[in-house]
Ligand binder design. Structure first.
Ligand code: ATP
Length: 302
């Protein structure tokens, strides 16, 4: 069995006093075992709804979900033992010390060695003796991360895991994700932060308005991202010579300088530029951020 998560036409409509509200509108996707899967989308896109459906915290209106080959509803107890879950709004009893809380949660999962909790706390720089209510938001998030990772579950489902973490702790968290993946664990994580997903994920799904807007490997998304090019020439060039080239948009010329964005192959642009004497070339092709934003706003179709 190589599939960790399988969603087929998954739909959730919330019934509210003001009428039905779209949660998810027919989502189909598959996450493979051992994969780090980034789940991105703007506020209200349906990320948390998806995650709650995977854990049977809410029930679908239509469609199906399979998690580790099981039904989240009828196999909930068996399934939850195999999952580490960090909720987007992770809350625990504030009166407990962080360490006591983690011991308790570890016992619920059949026992986690104290040394394992201590090692994770040390790595994330969390004081296990501190009462939870005295912890800052970021430090409380560390408690949430430890309880999700500590029993080395087959599947980690993390809802905005780096929310509130400072950049150094965020790096530690990303290293933990990579190590989990190397051990064969599957990681499904929602995020708003492109750079962190880009750093660790094998594949990325972008959802918008409850539907899949894009699904691809990070490498392929990068290949499809816009290339921003700035060329300088020995003598002024005419914009019209470049304006109709395939994939070229956002063209600007200013005497001997030309700048544009290229969608797809830059071949035609390079060959046209080569008719002149090129004195400078700057190309920035790592602009995944603007690609994601185009998906977020719906400017770019899946
Ligand atoms: N309990 C609920 N009752 C009614 N509508 C809900 C409920 N929970 C979520 N929704 C609606 O479902 C849609 C998807 O919400 P969801 O929380 O899944 O989005 P999200 O992608 O996790 O957003 P965010 O990035 O803001 O956390 C939103 O329009 C939201 O208002």
């Amino acid at each position: 069995m190589t599939t960790a998560i399988e969603l087929c036409d998954l739909t959730k409509t919330y019934n509210t006093r003001r009428g039905p509200r779209r949660g998810l509108a027919g989502l189909t996707l598959t996450v493979q075992r051992g994969e780090v899967f980034g789940y991105l989308g703007p506020n209200g896109a349906g990320k948390s709804t998806t995650i709650r459906l995977l854990l049977d915290l809410i029930r679908p209106t239509a469609g199906t979900a399979r998690v580790l080959g099981m039904d989240p509803r009828s196999d909930a107890v068996a399934l939850h033992r195999r999952i580490g879950y960090l909720a987007g709004d992770f809350v625990v009893d504030g009166r407990q010390q962080a360490g006591a809380c983690l011991d308790f949660l570890g016992n619920l999962r059949g026992g986690v060695p104290a040394a394992r909790i201590a090692e994770l706390a040390d790595r994330l720089e969390l004081d296990l003796r501190a009462p939870i209510k005295s912890l800052s938001k970021g430090n409380r998030q560390k408690v949430g991360l430890i309880q999700a990772f500590m029993h080395q579950p087959e599947l980690l489902i993390l809802d905005e895991p780096s929310s509130g973490l400072d950049p150094l702790v965020q790096q530690t968290f990303l290293a933990m994700v990579t190590e989990a993946s190397q051990r064969g664990q599957t990681v499904f994580m929602s995020s708003h932060i492109m750079s962190e997903v880009e750093a660790v994920a094998d594949r990325v799904a972008i959802i918008r308005e409850g539907r899949l807007a894009a699904l691809d490997t990070v490498a392929d998304l990068r290949a499809r991202s816009l290339l921003h090019v700035r060329l300088t020439f020995a003598a002024p060039v005419a914009a019209r010579e470049f304006a109709e080239l395939p994939g070229v948009t956002d063209l600007r010329t200013d005497g001997i300088t030309l700048s544009c964005a290229v969608d797809g192959s830059p071949d035609a642009l390079i060959k046209t530029a080569a008719r002149h004497t090129v004195t400078g070339l700057h190309a920035d092709g790592q602009d995944l951020e603007s690609l994601f934003q185009a998906y977020y706003t719906g400017e770019r179709a899946a």
